[in-house]
Ligand binder design. Structure first.
Ligand code: AMP
Ligand code: TRP
Length: 345
């Protein structure tokens, strides 16, 4: 190794969400709420709206524009501060696509073919999936490593992609004999790293589930939220005396996890509070808590969406700041791999 393997990287957080559909409770608890906590812990935080990732499946251009601004509004309404964090949309910092290409030449086809999300999304008709959908994890690695980010808060389903990011960094460092890219850590913690569907405790709550009753959208009003929790599938038993009693009760466990994450308390504390109580008591308490937490976000989002030009301005400022960090890292990467900087200066 020419650059000593002793490099220490400054702690820096990066994460992103695709601008497709409205955010649901799983995105909020598994991602955005934790983005806010990290921002408020004082560490440098960069949060992206990954519009280039969204394009891996067909997006109507007008919908993509709206969803990009709406996700920006959700970020800010949920507590991300464009001054304390860098908030921007991916396509405005060209280094993402450029480093993504370089990583396409580092990552191996076999790695890509093994990605669970690729297998799920491409399904049986992989021949008809876009090439971008297969290459997507390499672009995600570029998103993270373009900033030398050390920590990536995500939900459970993204763990494999962050591990692949480490594989790409390690192969790059090894092949070029450098210690240039950090080994990024996924940060998957809290009670709600995998929020399940309200209709089926074995499926993940998802923006794209055809059943709207399966999820709480951040845009749902108080009545809708209460009704969805009331109708949420559960078993007939009261809540157990200890956390162990939730083991084979996926629907009950999911609702308890959601309560704990919304209330910022442990699962143990929720079980202690509701032990022996039925869902007739627990569900309305959960609905009240969810409304208290989510309704203010929805109304702030609406207020922000009334001024799309201001959202674009905030994103543009964020992109400038992101680019200032990315540009020297990209330039050094090009130098390492042997791309001649003929236009520099
Ligand atoms: P997606 O909606 O798949 O673009 O995911 C955006 C972010 O939200 C990622 O960090 C996901 O891991 C997280 N996320 C999505 N769905 C859930 C869920 N049901 N539970 C927890 N986290 C989730
Ligand atoms: N793949 C992530 C998802 O679908 C989104 C994403 C893209 C991301 N680039 C990222 C998340 C970088 C964390 C870091 O949810």
């Amino acid at each position: 190794m020419t650059e000593a393997a002793r490099t220490t990287f400054t702690p820096r957080v990066f994460s992103g969400i695709q601008p497709t559909n409205h955010l649901q409770l799983g995105n909020y608890l598994g991602a955005v709420k934790r983005f806010v906590e990290m921002q408020n812990s004082g560490i440098e935080t960069i949060y992206c709206i990954v519009d280039l990732h969204a394009m891996t499946t067909w997006q109507d251009p007008a919908d993509l524009r709206t969803a990009t601004r709406e996700l920006a509004a959700s970020y800010i309404a949920a507590g991300l501060d464009p001054k304390r964090s860098i908030l921007f949309n991916q396509s405005q910092v060209p280094g993402h696509a450029e480093l993504g290409w370089i990583f396409n030449c580092v990552a191996r086809m076999g790695w890509m073919n093994r990605m669970t999300q690729w297998k799920d999304k491409a399904g049986k008709d992989a021949e008809k999936a876009s090439l971008g959908l297969l290459a997507y994890p390499s672009l995600m690695a570029a998103d993270i490593l373009l900033y030398h980010a050390t920590r990536v808060p995500v939900g459970e389903d993204q763990k494999q992609h962050v591990e692949l990011t480490r594989d790409i960094a390690a192969k790059f460092n090894h092949d070029y004999g450098v210690d240039f890219f950090p080994m990024t850590e996924p940060v998957i913690d809290g009670a709600a790293t995998r929020v399940m569907s309200l209709r089926d405790g074995s499926r993940k709550m998802s923006k794209s589930d055809p059943s709207d009753a399966s999820r709480i959208n951040l845009t749902d009003d108080a009545d809708t939220i209460a009704q969805k929790f009331r109708k949420a599938r559960t078993d007939a038993e009261p809540l157990p005396e200890s956390v162990g009693g939730l083991k084979d009760r996926p629907e009950a466990r999911n609702l308890v996890n959601i309560y704990a994450a919304l209330a910022d308390v442990t699962v143990e504390a929720v079980v202690a509070q509701f032990a022996g109580k039925g869902f007739g008591t627990f569900k309305p308490a959960l609905a009240d808590l969810a409304v208290a937490r989510i309704a203010p976000i929805a109304s702030e989002m609406q207020r922000l969406m009334a001024d799309p030009a201001e959202i674009d301005r905030l994103l543009g400022d964020g992109a400038e700041r992101a680019n200032a960090i990315a540009a020297p890292i990209l330039a050094r990467t090009k130098e390492i791999v042997g791309l001649v900087a003929s236009r520099r200066r």
